[in-house]
Ligand binder design. Structure first.
Ligand code: TNX
Length: 535
């Protein structure tokens, strides 16, 4: 008996050896199942078989990445063990690898898996690619070499927590899912008419009053006048925020916090009515839309309040960019307000649009003096752009184009392609949404560099972002349903080379990645799987 086993083992060894990687590259254009698609994959014949437990070698300084890798592989059902020599997988920083920022090289051959990058972020992204290969191939990894780096430096997803509040654990999950698909900016929309969600120690009424609304509209705000009568709200404590910032940093995601001004500020006015033109009283909004009551641009106390708030925000968020909103600010109150009109006169401004520009520039100056930079929605172009502002183009691409021509940095997030609150399939069959129609293929087709820009102007486009406004999303599950798989299409827009993009190939890979999404319990929308040819 024993001899038979021995012969079997030797035979298995020989066949494994014969089947292991050969060095002749086949370049068979097999894209495996990686999303976003890497810059280059050359496939070789054969497999490398990971051992049990999977052994990894990683320099001490990179231990946090090693720990994450162990957690991630545990989710896939594999144990890992550190091993200095001859490990299955070796992670290393290699300064001689000259790739664009965040790039990596992943080599799988008969001796094992080698992951190299010049930066930690590069290693992190290489690890995500490897995890997707493990998720779809199990322990038998295909021999290949991947060289990869992102097309854009800003690869964002946004989440509005003002209309509906989502608990810290879900924010972490949202960030973790983003990181798996190589997004690197989380735009956290923290203040709104319907709720103020960030603890500001100097202004306790933001927590006591502005974080809560008395009721919420039921149905679509465009055709309903029914309210649920339930108090709703919540906010993130500064400790929770610090924890989330750290969690994101471990995943190479920078958080861009947004504090809206001068519009979308009814919740703050309800807490501090002295900051509005009329003095109130104001209430935290209970329906969705654009409201006339905004911060008074004539009072200095408005700026003192906002600077105090921004001081605490800067303490919590180490990233360079602070988003200051700037969108949808009606000028109704300013036209009637004695102090706003005095300001217009004193500052020799032409009209209320220039007053808005004054407002943003004054805040920009303050933030610049602290070493930070502002991002604003494209309305900040009206009345003159603040000198160093980055523009987030949402009402189409025109704002972004205009800003790039003025040599300002731009993040593209035009509604037609990037609004993940739009319907993704026929409205009759879908849960209530705000409107619009942006199916997966539409998102996938987005090209962030407009033809009308010159090559030099195109350099001002930092990247693109998907926006997730939550008027009609009450639960984390619903957010995921709206975001996935559309965010995966966007991940490919911002990471993969333009010439390699192919929607059918993407759908194929998406189909094969479903087991991973299922394992992670992502509540993704299924339309593209039900009708793979739906175009
Ligand atoms: C416009 S995009 C808004 C948001 C809404 C969104 C709904 C932007 C800068 N402002 O306040 O939630 O439309 O799609």
């Amino acid at each position: 008996m024993k001899a038979i086993y021995l012969i079997r083992i030797i035979a298995m060894g020989i066949s494994l050896f014969l089947y292991s990687c050969t060095s002749a590259p086949e370049n068979n254009a097999k894209n495996h199942t990686i999303i976003p698609l890497p810059v280059s994959i050359s496939t070789h014949s054969g497999i490398y078989h990971l051992k049990s437990p999977v052994t990894i070698s990683i320099p001490d300084a990179l231990q946090p990445i090693g720990n994450l890798f162990s957690n991630y592989t545990a989710q896939l059902g594999f144990k890992t063990k550190l091993k200095n020599k001859n490990a299955d997988i070796s992670f290393s920083l290699n300064p001689s690898i000259i790739l664009p920022d965040e790039g990596y090289i992943l080599t799988i051959n008969s001796t094992g898996v080698k992951l190299e990058a010049q930066t930690e972020a590069g290693l992190f992204y290489g690890m995500q690619t490897l995890l997707q290969l493990i998720a779809t191939n199990g322990k038998n990894l295909p021999c290949l070499e991947i060289t990869d780096f992102p097309r854009f430096a800003y690869r964002g997803l946004h989440l509005d927590v003002g209309r509906h509040f989502f608990p810290p654990d879900f924010i972490k999950r949202y960030i973790d899912l983003m990181a798996r698909f190589k997004f690197n900016r989380f735009h956290w929309h923290l203040t709104e008419d319907q709720g103020w969600r960030i603890e500001i120690k100097k202004y306790p009424k933001l927590q006591e009053v502005a974080a809560w609304r008395d009721s919420t509209i039921v149905g679509h705000a465009g055709n309903s006048n029914k309210y649920d009568g339930k108090r709703y709200g919540g906010f993130y404590t500064q400790d929770e925020i610090r924890d989330i910032v750290q969690y994101a940093a471990e995943r190479y995601i920078t958080i861009v916090p947004e504090i809206e001004m001068p519009g979308h500020s009814r919740a703050a006015l309800a807490a501090y009515p002295n900051l509005g033109c009329t003095g109130g009283p104001y209430t935290v909004a209970t329906t969705w839309g654009v409201f006339d009551d905004v911060y008074c641009a004539g009072k200095d106390e408005t700026f003192i309040f906002l600077q105090d708030v921004l001081d605490e925000v800067m303490n919590l968020f180490p990233g360079t960019y602070i988003h200051i909103g700037g969108d949808e600010c009606p000028k109704t109150r300013w036209k009637q307000c004695r102090l706003c009109q005095q300001r217009i006169k004193k500052e020799k401004l032409k009209d209320e649009h220039e007053l808005q520009s004054y407002f943003i520039q004054r805040i920009e100056k303050y933030l610049n003096s602290k070493g930070r930079r502002i991002i604003g929605w494209d309305e900040i172009l009206e009345g003159g752009l603040a000198p160093n502002a980055t523009v987030m183009s949402w009402r189409g691409e025109e704002g972004g184009i205009a800003a790039a021509k003025q040599q300002h940095q731009v993040i593209m997030t035009p509604g037609n392609w990037c609004y993940l609150d739009h319907y993704q399939a026929s409205a009759e069959t879908e849960p209530l949404a705000i409107g619009g129609f942006t199916p997966v293929e539409e998102v996938y087709s987005y090209e962030p560099l407009p033809d009308s820009l010159t090559e030099t102007e195109k350099k001002f486009i930092l990247g693109a972002q998907g926006n997730v406004w939550t008027e009609y999303m009450k639960t984390p599950e619903h957010v995921e349903y709206m975001v996935y798989p559309r965010a995966l299409a966007l991940a490919e827009v911002v990471w993969s080379p333009k010439e390699k993009k192919n929607y059918d190939d993407f759908l194929n890979r998406l189909q094969q990645l479903r087991p991973l999404l299922d394992r992670l319990k992502v509540n993704y929308a299924r339309h593209v799987f039900q009708q793979p040819t739906d175009k």
